[in-house]
Design a protein around this ligand. Structure first.
Ligand SMILES: C[S@@+](CC[C@H](N)C(=O)[O-])C[C@H]1O[C@@H](n2cnc3c(N)ncnc32)[C@H](O)[C@@H]1O
Length: 211
């Protein structure tokens, strides 16, 4: 694939997703904890986006770069996925999200940040550099597990960490960095915390030599 980050992509990403942040704060959502959408359990975490600036900080702390394949488990409006490619020039970035509207928003915002994506479907994990998959994290498409992710992002309630421990450890042991937002992953003692920012709630795990 030939997409390269736009020269002004940093300002593009911040501008577009900071606008999205303001809009989210302006909308007074009646129920911020929608339990079930179309029979898919979203109680793993409500949609509570990481601010655009913290997205960039987390990706930089994890040293995301051109060799990385990034997946966001519960990708919300796609900000980590879009920033990974637009800002860090990641080779591939994929988001899994159960909320149909958020998947749609993700594609719209990604195309705004990276206009070169306009004609892309953003749906095919095998061919698209940026891809948003509507799906349930508890029933991941079979292609997700064996894909050689090098960075896994998650911002999910800690009660559910055990449901992902197997997936996280599989990739961690192969050398992937695991980036957890707001909640640490102390429940998985094998994982080594490489760097963290307690104030911003950013925890990066990886094998000792991986940063
Ligand atoms: C706290 S938000 C984080 C969004 C994004 N990763 C970020 O940091 O801005 C968690 C996201 O996980 C999604 N989610 C929750 N349960 C899910 C499930 N079972 N399958 C797929 N996505 C889910 C929610 O809809 C929400 O968008």
């Amino acid at each position: 694939m030939t997409h390269s980050p736009a020269h002004h992509s940093q300002s593009n990403f911040l501008q577009i997703f900071q606008d999205a942040d303001h809009q989210i704060h302006d909308d007074s959502v009646e129920d911020p904890f929608p339990a079930y959408l179309d029979d898919i359990d979203t109680t793993l975490a409500p949609f509570c986006p990481t601010s655009a600036k913290r997205v960039l900080k987390a990706l930089r702390m994890a040293h995301v770069g051109p060799h990385d394949w990034v997946i966001d488990l519960g990708s919300g409006d796609g900000r980590f996925v879009t920033a990974a490619v637009a800002e860090m020039n990641a080779a591939k970035a994929v988001g899994i999200e159960s909320d149909t509207a958020l998947v749609h928003t993700s594609k719209t915002l990604a195309k705004k940040v990276l206009p070169s994506l306009s004609s892309a479907s953003l749906e095919d994990l095998e061919t698209d550099r940026i891809c948003f998959i509507e799906g349930d994290l508890l029933n991941l498409p079979s292609i997700v597990h064996p894909t050689p992710w090098t960075v896994i992002v998650l911002f999910l309630l800690p009660d559910h960490t055990d449901k992902f421990a197997h997936l996280l450890l599989h990739h961690y042991r192969r050398g992937a960095r695991i980036v957890s937002l707001v909640f640490n992953l102390n429940e998985i003692p094998e994982m080594n915390l490489i760097t963290s920012d307690e104030q911003d709630g950013i925890y990066v795990y990886g094998l000792a030599n991986k940063l």
